[in-house]
Design a protein around this ligand. Structure first.
Ligand code: NAP
Length: 268
């Protein structure tokens, strides 16, 4: 089994990475940064997302493991002081693999060209200065005329990130759905939107059509995407999925409680 390591450069992280390299050597797990079977990320959720984008062309064959060196993250299962145990489990190939849906995003240019990208958390369409005016279609049917700051279309994994800040529901990540949330919509007699988050089945396309604009801002997982000439974007759940080695101790709702509520755990 070949392992790649992706990390941020915080001093605490670098200490963990140095220990991790020694452990991988000790357990005869070779490092291959180019074509790994498993990518171990050390840092936060941001570090994890960047690593996934680096290996997107191998997404169907690569598994991911997140080690957090900051606060508890949604993509980072293992704490820095647990890595000895993690490498032991990895070497014995005892990990449980789970996979979750990604978002497929198609950017259409006015000249007819199409660029397809994948998102782990979400994709947003916004305007910097003026409001975005857009027609929103579900499949081929016009659903609403949107006017406001923008729209966010998220995966279940991304439902605890930007989407949640926009009032979206937190969605258990094994559900194959996508969620659209509005960013500051204007509702009047001309522009009328649902003004509530929508959760959509995986085979349905959401399409947003608008006029190309200089101040258009498009993002995938928080990173800017070239927006010049884009006049339509379509979203649906991808046939590609992201695979995690889970080691059997992950419970999504405990993670949600730890991150957002922080109450002591109790069982019935
Ligand atoms: P960033 O702006 O440096 O950090 C965004 C924060 O979101 C970090 O605290 C990050 O956790 C956290 N995060 C990322 N994915 C998450 C998830 N699935 N569930 C819960 N929290 C999550 O950007 P970044 O670190 O590169 O992350 C990109 C993400 O930032 C985008 O995909 C978007 O979801 C999010 N974002 C949120 C807002 C908002 O809520 N208003 C605005 C813009 C972007 P760590 O500290 O562990 O890295």
């Amino acid at each position: 089994m070949k392992v790649a390591i992706a990390h941020n450069n915080l001093p605490k992280t670098l200490t963990v990475v140095s220990r991790l390299r020694k452990l991988l050597h000790q357990y005869r797990l070779p490092i291959d940064q180019k074509y790994p079977d498993v990518v171990i990320t050390v840092g936060g959720d941001g570090t994890f997302i960047s690593a996934v984008h680096r290996y997107l062309d191998q997404i169907d064959s690569v598994r991911f493991i997140g080690v957090h060196t900051g606060h508890l993250g949604f993509y980072t299962d293992w704490r820095n002081f647990d890595i000895d145990k993690m490498v032991q489990v990895l070497a014995r190939e005892q990990a449980e693999t789970v996979d979750y849906p990604l978002l497929e995003v198609k950017f259409y240019q006015a000249d007819g060209s199409i660029e397809t990208r994948l998102a782990v958390n979400e994709s947003t369409v916004k305007r910097m200065s003026q409001t975005l005016e857009a027609d929103v279609f579900i499949e081929r049917t016009l659903f609403e005329n949107f006017r406001g700051d923008g729209l966010c279309i998220a995966t279940p994994l991304g439902s605890t990130a930007y989407s949640k800040s926009l009032g979206g529901a937190v969605i258990q990540p094994d559900l194959r759905v996508l969620q659209m949330t509005e960013i500051a919509s204007i509702n009047n007699q001309v522009f009328r939107t649902l003004a509530a988050p929508m959760v959509i089945a995986p085979e349905e396309w959401i399409t947003v059509k608008f006029k190309p604009a200089q101040d258009l801002v498009l993002t995938i997982d928080g990173k800017l995407v070239p927006a010049a000439g884009v006049n339509q974007i379509s979203y649906r759940i991808s046939t590609h999925r992201i695979q995690f080695d889970r080691f059997g101790h992950h419970h999504f709702w405990t993670r949600v409680q730890d991150s957002f509520i922080g109450m002591p755990h109790a069982s019935i």
